[in-house]
Design a protein around this ligand. Structure first.
Ligand code: COA
Length: 258
């Protein structure tokens, strides 16, 4: 069904692997279409509680949009391409199931943007991050100018954007761009370990946390008001009763997502 991504589901975790290792997993139209479909598929699958996005092969997470598809595009087509990428990445960001990037190598341009659209990131120690678009006379088009500022602050973000600098995994961690750095061999297992812990929590409360945190960056929503609403919505769930009872009865809660 898919030619350029791999989709694997096991124990409540879906792993989407961008699968063009000979082209550094560059995001061509097919990859974007399949990523879009793959995200829809895992969101609709009730057995999936959380998602990992990673890249195939030892060298790249994703080395950007596929530059070979840029030639011959006019302005409207270029804007449509940026809009399409933004829409897919926004869908990832707004997913109420946690989506985590396991960055296994170069995360450049659209690759850095894809990783930044995820809820948080782990990186292997060979990972490199950057937005090198100014080298092509371009700027990021899949949300990079916005999310890089959100994640690491304006000064460092602008330096990276206008200097096309590349940073390694350790520096990315210091800047808050990634949460953890692992060896390449441990990356997926460590990511799964974190998601298994999250998957043991109340799913509706997890979803509410993501919605409320996203509201910080959405001017159309008052995040404090949303927090009150989500708090109330959680308060009347079966899982809230189970969580409170389990605490009072000194036992481990068993959540159902209801
Ligand atoms: N789009 C299209 N093809 C890409 C690509 C991209 N963003 N990034 C890498 N590739 C292709 C290369 O053209 C090459 O293809 P070929 O074997 O058919 O010639 C293949 O992937 C391997 O890349 P190569 O450059 O030979 O590997 P490297 O190890 O020397 O360098 C990078 C790796 C990631 C540093 C380098 O490929 C690079 O700078 N890529 C572009 C990054 C970029 O500008 N991204 C933003 C795009 S808007």
């Amino acid at each position: 069904m898919y030619t350029s991504i791999l989709l694997e589901m096991a124990e409540g975790i879906a792993t989407i692997t961008i699968n063009r290792p000979d082209k550094m997993n560059a995001l061509n139209k097919t990859v974007l279409d399949e990523l879009d479909k793959g995200i829809d598929e895992v969101m609709a699958d009730t057995s999936v509680r959380s998602v990992i996005i990673t890249g195939a092969g030892p060298k790249a997470f994703v080395a950007g949009a596929d530059i070979s598809e840029f030639k011959g595009l006019d302005k409207d087509q270029a804007m449509a391409m940026a809009k399409r990428g933004q829409d897919i990445f926004r869908k990832i960001e707004r997913s109420v199931k946690p989506v985590v990037a396991a960055v296994n190598g170069f995360a450049l341009g659209g690759g850095c943007e894809l990783a930044m659209s995820c809820h948080f990131r782990l990186a292997s120690d060979n990972a490199k991050f950057g937005q090198p678009e100014v080298n092509l006379g371009l700027i990021p088009g899949y949300g990079g100018t916005q999310r890089l500022v959100q994640l690491i602050g304006k000064g460092k973000a602008i330096e990276l954007l206008i200097g096309a600098g590349m940073i390694d995994a350790q520096e990315a961690k210091v800047l808050g761009l990634v949460n953890y750095v692992t060896t390449p061999a441990d990356l997926i297992q460590e990511t799964k370990k974190i998601l298994q812990l999250i998957n043991s929590k109340a799913p509706l409360a997890v979803a509410s946390c993501i919605k409320a945190a996203n509201a910080v960056f959405d001017e159309s929503i008052n995040g404090f008001d949303l927090e009150v609403k989500e708090f109330g919505d959680c308060f009347v769930t079966g899982d809230m009763k189970e969580g409170v009872n389990a605490f009072l009865e000194k036992r481990k809660a068993s959540f159902t997502g209801n």
